[in-house]
Design a protein around this ligand. Structure first.
Ligand SMILES: C[S@@+](CC[C@H](N)C(=O)[O-])C[C@H]1O[C@@H](n2cnc3c(N)ncnc32)[C@H](O)[C@@H]1O
Length: 386
């Protein structure tokens, strides 16, 4: 049966909108376009599931229910009530409304939430001729986003944010979000067939995300999505997509272990890395070792090709002071001299990272690591013969 197509959106952190649009295009959504805060595309509910399962760098996949203008709470109420919620929500849906307001006449988030919720309940009671709604069914997250008096009402198909792959349950200090780590490993000098080395790996996020890329492991394979519990969602099609993703991973795993190595000076965080690796279903597929940065050497001296170092060192803000962070950046430069032909990717908020490291980056990307404004610095190895 042909499914209805909807306007969809994959939300993304600042700086990653273009990355997510690129991921969507590679997944087959040729119309994907970046916008402030994400990337838009069109598709069926099964397409939304595919995006949830495979997007590495996006935060959530949203389905746009409607857009309208509202300058008063009455207009908001009528605008929300006019949307066809019953097409997707069952009578017993557990509706959870969130809201965001910016540069608009309606700026009270709690009021926008409660008025929108009332409007949804009102509509559902009317179309189903019910006096009250039990709300004991599957969860439906509805987001009401008001920007310059324009309202966008979306349904959250993901549930928990997509950075929650299900493997990272213990937190080391200053960990990198999985989605940002994935954006680094997929947009720098590293390629999935090359050796990968994070010499300040902390709880292992960059190594685990790299391993998932190298092994063609869908990031969402081990976690559920809210939309899988919805009656309107084609459960058999979603199961088949999960099974196909599992088979791709198993086939790649059978080809051999990737060359991925993480080290850190702190044994406690390395234990977290090992636990996370196990929880990601990747036990034994990444090597970890306790070692200080100034002792680090090429972890794959017999590899056919040079690889890439990819790391999230202390910035001198949350971890270490500025002088200690700068000393590490100089040690990182020393490591790169011991790794001829390797590329480097590092993220830092330090304004003089390149000066301290001693080289200008070939490419940079401005991003936020939590609330900290950072840059991702990419240093490519010289091309053979140059
Ligand atoms: C910002 S954290 C890395 C977090 C990691 N990306 C994650 O997601 O968990 C920086 C790491 O550098 C490590 N580190 C600090 N000094 C080091 C040194 N001299 N040699 C190796 N690692 C060091 C710390 O132990 C810490 O785990």
């Amino acid at each position: 049966m042909e499914q209805k197509r909807y306007p969809l959106g994959a939300t993304a952190a600042f700086g990653l909108e273009g990355v997510v649009a690129g991921e969507l295009k590679r997944l087959g959504f040729a119309d994907a376009k970046g916008f402030h805060g994400g990337a838009s595309f069109q598709g069926t509910l099964t397409d939304a599931f595919l995006a949830n399962l495979h997007l590495r760098c996006a935060d959530r996949v949203l389905l746009y229910l409607g857009r309208f203008e509202a300058r008063s709470f009455d207009e908001l109420f009528e605008g929300v009530k006019a949307l066809p919620f019953e097409e997707l929500l069952p009578k017993n849906a557990l509706v959870h409304v969130t809201a965001k307001c910016a540069r608009s006449r309606l700026m009270s988030v709690p009021d926008v939430q409660s008025i929108s919720k009332k409007a949804i309940v009102e509509r559902m009671k009317r179309v189903h001729s019910m006096g009250w709604l039990p709300e004991d069914g599957p969860r439906y997250g509805v987001d009401v986003h008001i920007h310059e008096d324009r309202v966008a009402v979306t349904l959250d198909t993901s549930g928990q944010g997509l950075s929650r792959r299900g493997y990272r349950t213990f937190n080391a200090e200053a960990p990198l979000r999985e989605t940002l780590a994935a954006a680094m490993v997929t947009n720098g000098p590293w390629r999935p067939w090359l050796p990968f080395f994070d010499p300040m790996c902390g709880s292992g996020t960059l190594c685990i995300e790299a391993a998932m890329v190298a092994l063609d492991r869908a990031p969402g394979l081990l976690r559920p999505f809210d939309m899988e519990r919805w009656d309107v969602c084609d459960q058999a099609a979603c199961k088949a997509l999960r099974q196909e993703a599992r088979e791709r991973f198993e086939a790649k795993k059978a080809e051999g272990k990737p060359e991925i190595f993480g080290s850190d000076v702190d044994t406690r965080v390395l234990n977290l890395s090992l636990a996370h690796l196990r929880q990601a279903g990747l036990a034994g597929l990444v090597q970890f070792r306790c070692q200080a940065l100034d002792q680090a050497q090429n972890p794959f001296p017999d590899a056919e090709r040079p690889g890439a170092v990819c790391t999230n060192p202390p910035y001198g803000e949350r971890l270490l002071d500025v002088q200690a962070a700068e000393a590490l950046y100089r040690q990182l430069a020393g490591l790169m001299q011991r790794l001829p032909g390797w590329g480097l990717q590092a993220i830092s908020s330090h304004k003089d990272f390149e000066k301290v490291f001693g080289r200008r980056a070939d490419k940079k990307r401005r991003v936020y690591n939590g609330r900290i404004e950072c840059e991702i610095f990419n240093f490519y190895p010289p091309r053979p013969g140059k």
